[in-house]
Design a protein. Structure first.
Length: 369
């Protein structure tokens, strides 16, 4: 069995690299996409998921919170009770912004003593962090200006302190480039896998393979293993360019990357295999690939925040493997997250991958049987 699979894998590699255009798709296209997204892509956000840590619990602090909610920009989803809870919420990506109103806020205002409202943002997405800080700062300063009408309050007493976690320089490139790795893997593996079986059928070699001692499972493995290897090679290639060309920081341990990539490839290769079973020509396979790929990117959080989408669409993103892998790879690069933090995304990705691959395998066996 292993010998038959080995020979099938060798055949696939020969067939892939015999075509010069295929070499460009495998190695040049990922670099081109990395350059494009690294230099050109930016996004805007609203409906910012926020945590408010109110230590003062006065009418003035409640008014600040009320104005944040009334602005329509902030969604107060959590009210932590300690700095540790704030750190956990930011670390796990549950909030983009955390606002801390210190104890004595109201008294300091009335005594004209300088006080502070601290704004913590998740700087992983630098563009969103800048927007969140700007909105919160304006709201607080506007409230301070209105208090100046009260002679008992000095409008200059309020001082806003901001801090960006994980991406201190707020470089959008740090956010976009790691995501390109996930996008490149999906596009490359989908294209190669979806057209692999169809190409055999078009050139008339599928019938020859079916009369060989190869079992359906062996044929499937022989078709997918080369593309899995290519996927890992592309990960290494794009990661090296991201780190050494774009100077993207790596806060966490890259030891989690191989495992996460392998789990991600389960669903990507499974989807490519499924497309190959429903397509009769390479043109159909190419069209079906992009019909899946474009919505997957748009609904992954890569360019547009999922929180801004309608609820029905948000529920649909849970079956998108790219959604989970983006959280994993950005967490490794920018937040320094490890398996202890990323295991929910990895578990969801594993369940999704196994399900897609199982369905695709059954249909593949039925199609060639």
């Amino acid at each position: 069995m292993l010998e038959r699979i080995k020979q099938m894998v060798i055949k696939e590699f020969i067939q892939i690299f015999r075509d010069k255009r295929m070499k460009a798709i495998v190695f040049i296209t990922p670099i081109m996409q990395l350059m494009l997204f690294g230099y050109a892509v930016t996004t805007d956000v609203n409906n910012i998921t926020t945590a408010v840590y109110d230590l003062d619990k006065s009418s003035e602090s409640r008014e600040v919170i009320r104005r944040l909610v009334a602005s329509g920009y902030f969604n107060i989803a959590f009210t932590p009770e300690s700095p540790e809870e704030i750190m956990a919420l930011l670390d796990r990506g549950k909030v983009l912004c955390a606002i801390q109103i210190n104890r004595g806020f109201s008294k300091d205002l009335k005594r004209r003593v300088p006080t502070a409202v601290q704004i913590l943002v998740d700087g992983t997405d630098s563009n969103s962090a800048i927007v969140a800080m700007d909105y919160a700062t304006r709201i607080v300063m506007k409230y301070s200006g209105e208090l100046s009408a009260d002679v008992s309050v000095n409008s200059s007493a309020v001082r806003v302190e901001t801090r960006a976690w994980y991406n201190p320089d707020l470089r959008s490139r740090n956010y976009n480039v790691p995501g390109v790795i996930a996008v490149v893997i999906m596009l490359t593996c989908l294209l190669l896998t979806s057209m692999a079986v169809v190409r055999e059928r078009e050139i008339g070699t599928m019938e020859q393979l079916m009369v060989t001692p190869l079992r359906p499972a062996e044929l499937m493995l022989g078709k997918t293993i080369p593309f899995a290897i290519i996927g890992f090679v592309d990960v290494i290639l794009v990661t090296l360019v991201a780190v050494f060309w774009f100077d993207i920081p790596v806060r966490g341990s890259l030891e989690v990357m191989p495992l996460a990539t392998a789990i991600y490839l389960l669903s990507v290769l499974g989807m490519g295999l499924f497309i190959s079973t429903i397509s009769r020509t390479q043109q159909q396979a190419l069209m079906a690939t992009f019909l899946f790929y474009v919505p997957a990117v748009l609904l992954s959080g890569f360019m547009f925040p999922i929180e801004n989408m309608p609820k029905v669409i948000q529920y649909g993103t849970y079956i998108n493997p790219l959604r989970y892998f983006l959280v994993i790879i950005r967490g490794i690069f920018l937040k320094g997250n490890g398996f202890a933090v990323l295991w929910p995304q990895m578990a969801s990705l594993f369940v999704l991958g196994v399900s897609v691959l199982t369905i695709s395998t059954l249909r593949f066996k039925k199609r060639i049987g």
